[in-house]
Design a protein around this ligand. Structure first.
Ligand SMILES: [Zn+2]
Length: 321
């Protein structure tokens, strides 16, 4: 779909006044905007050295918990939006260690419930699962529900490439957990298509319904499982988002469409890397002018999905970087 971008750029060069006019004045239907989301992951100890102490050592867990709470406040103060996506092992740490002695700064609630209830249009808590160690998405969503967090239906990361390793096509059907009580779960939307070692992640901006494993970037209107594109999936940086906004401002994106981008925040480094929380603040400050013009909206992934249904009539968009 790189071709789509080029085609539009050429059209724009020919018909620039009309295009600019349609963006600047009231038109039929919604205006083109970028919807952006901060997304964080925690991981199993076996797979991720920065997360290993956070999910296995109570002191590090509590230091990270305090940093998560600070980051949530920072995101709300600056009008951002954050999807906090969690693997199973962190949720077991929450269940073990979020007792009355530590929940004083979260209204007596465990940290994931507090995050989910703090400002639901600004912070969402989703399942993240590598679907190993005997856990799958249904099990992680159930563990969240046990902690008081209702399922959002967001698939917080999956394998899309290479096609023989893809993990998403089966998520179009209801999923049953692998461990007692073998809970049922239905995915509502995909986010975070990846590849082993992130060597060949399938990147795009926009929301569409991937057709099948071989035709991931093709929209299938008959599919009920949309994918929310993360664009370049910046890590603790807004450079990819800045590029997308530049394409929007220079009329190189089709008008009237919904564009998406996400910025990854490594949750397990929030307490150990003193530069990380300031980086989150700097990202939100950097794009405040784009929020003011209406080119950019910070939105959680469930809110992006709702907006795609309600304001953009589920019109599919796939723009490859
Ligand atoms: Zn992960």
């Amino acid at each position: 779909m790189g071709r789509r971008l080029i085609t539009w750029a050429m059209l724009g060069a020919v018909a620039l006044p009309g295009v600019a006019g349609s963006r600047a004045t009231a038109q039929q239907g919604p205006r083109a905007r970028v919807y952006a989301t901060l997304v964080s992951h925690n991981e199993e100890a076996i797979s991720n050295p920065p997360c290993a102490p956070v999910v296995t050592n109570r002191e590090r867990y509590l230091a990270n918990r305090a940093a998560v709470v600070d980051t949530a406040r920072l995101v709300l103060e600056r009008g951002g939006a954050w999807d906090f996506q969690s693997e199973w092992q962190y949720l077991q740490a929450v269940a073990s260690w979020d007792d009355a002695a530590v929940t004083g700064d979260t209204e007596g609630k465990n940290v994931v419930r507090w995050l989910a209830e703090l400002a639901p249009d600004r912070i969402a808590v989703d399942a993240h699962s590598h679907e190993r160690s005997g856990w799958n998405y249904a099990d992680v969503a159930h563990a969240l529900a046990q902690l008081g967090v209702p399922p959002t239906g967001i698939v917080g990361g999956f394998t899309a490439s290479p096609v023989e390793l893809e993990s998403w096509t089966r998520l179009r059907a209801p999923l049953t957990g692998r461990r007692p009580p073998y809970p049922a779960w239905q995915a509502q939307a995909l986010w975070g298509g990846a590849s082993p070692g992130h060597r060949d992640d399938p990147r795009a901006s926009g929301v569409w319904r991937p057709r099948d494993a071989e035709h991931y970037f093709e929209d299938d209107p008959a599919s009920t499982l949309p994918n929310i594109g993360g664009w370049t999936a910046d890590v603790a940086s807004g450079d990819g988002l800045a590029t997308l906004l530049d394409l929007l401002r220079t009329n190189r994106l089709e008008p009237g469409r919904m564009y998406t981008a996400t910025i990854m925040i490594p949750q397990c480094n929030l307490d150990s890397d003193p530069a990380l929380q300031p980086a989150v603040a700097a990202i939100l400050d950097r794009f405040a002018p784009d929020v003011a013009t209406g080119d950019l909206v910070w939105a959680t992934l469930p809110s992006v999905l709702r907006t795609w249904h309600e304001e953009y009539a589920q019109v599919p968009v796939v723009v490859r970087p």
